[in-house]
Design a protein around this ligand. Structure first.
Ligand code: ADP
Ligand code: ADP
Length: 229
């Protein structure tokens, strides 16, 4: 469960300007595939199509063999979890911010997700800007810590497919390493599509696809791609 396939997918936002020109790849259940390439190559467009924000102008996108054009938005949202670049924290303790992923989760499940994302020590704190009536100050989380809240939220939601879109691009390299570790733990055994700028952040992917101006320029493991250069 959780196989993703793009079959000869074509797409343009405006008619005269094709963005994806026949893109085919698949992510086997439980595996990690990374899409890398320069800015403007069409990487984020791939994740937007997977979420059906837009329809492909050619080809098909399948989840577990079913064309997503025939799947409801609700079941698509249940199947795919997204770790966004920027996370908005709500006026509630971090534990509830995590629970936002699935409201009926138990306290134990929230704690386990927080532990996996390594933010369990903040679980009872309010985020910065939200102070308690008794004068306690909200806690200032770093960009990396906020992103780990988003990771915990996604773990709790428990989708079979995970999409990480430039999940570490806005962070300094130390924080990036930490987040990468958390993501590695979370993506283990889950079908994962990673969208990244740099090859160095996706070393562990089962397959890396290099996208350039809407076509797949190269594909292979990290070792194979380095050998070709
Ligand atoms: P990447 O994620 O690889 O940086 P994107 O998929 O975001 O690339 O964008 C690919 C191309 O599509 C870019 O040239 C971008 O300017 C263009 N583009 C992105 N979104 C839109 C849009 N909504 N309308 C028109 N063009 C867009
Ligand atoms: P980012 O790369 O920061 O995630 P986006 O993927 O949203 O940003 O956009 C990538 C590129 O697509 C940017 O150059 C942006 O200007 C362009 N773009 C995004 N949305 C539109 C749009 N609706 N129309 C035209 N260009 C767009």
């Amino acid at each position: 469960r959780g196989t993703v396939a793009f079959e000869d997918v074509c797409f343009s936002y405006v008619p005269e300007r094709p963005i994806l020109k026949g893109v085919s790849f698949s992510v086997p259940a439980g595996k990690t595939v990374a899409i890398v390439g320069p800015s403007g190559a069409g990487k984020s467009t791939i994740s937007r199509l997977l979420f059906r924000f837009y329809e492909p102008s050619g080809g098909r996108i399948l989840i577990d063999g079913q064309d997503i054009a025939e799947v409801t938005q609700d079941s698509l949202r249940a199947a795919i979890g997204m770790v966004p670049q920027d996370t908005v924290l709500f006026n509630d303790i971090i534990g509830y911010n995590i629970r936002y992923g699935r409201w009926n989760a138990t306290d134990e499940e929230v704690a386990e997700a927080a532990r996996l994302a390594q933010i369990d020590r903040f679980i009872l704190s309010l985020p910065e800007g939200y102070d308690t009536p008794v004068g306690e100050r909200g806690l200032k989380l770093s960009g990396g810590e906020k992103q780990r809240v988003a990771i915990a939220r996604t773990i709790l939601k428990g989708p079979p497919i995970l999409v990480l879109d430039e999940a570490t691009s806005a962070l300094d390299s130390f924080t990036e390493r930490e987040i990468q570790d958390a993501l590695d733990r979370v993506s283990r055994g889950r079908t994962t599509l990673v969208i990244a700028h740099r090859l160095s952040t996706v070393v562990g992917a089962d397959e890396i696809i290099v996208l350039d101006r809407g076509v797949i320029a190269e594909r292979g493991t990290h070792v194979e791609l380095l050998a070709q250069r």
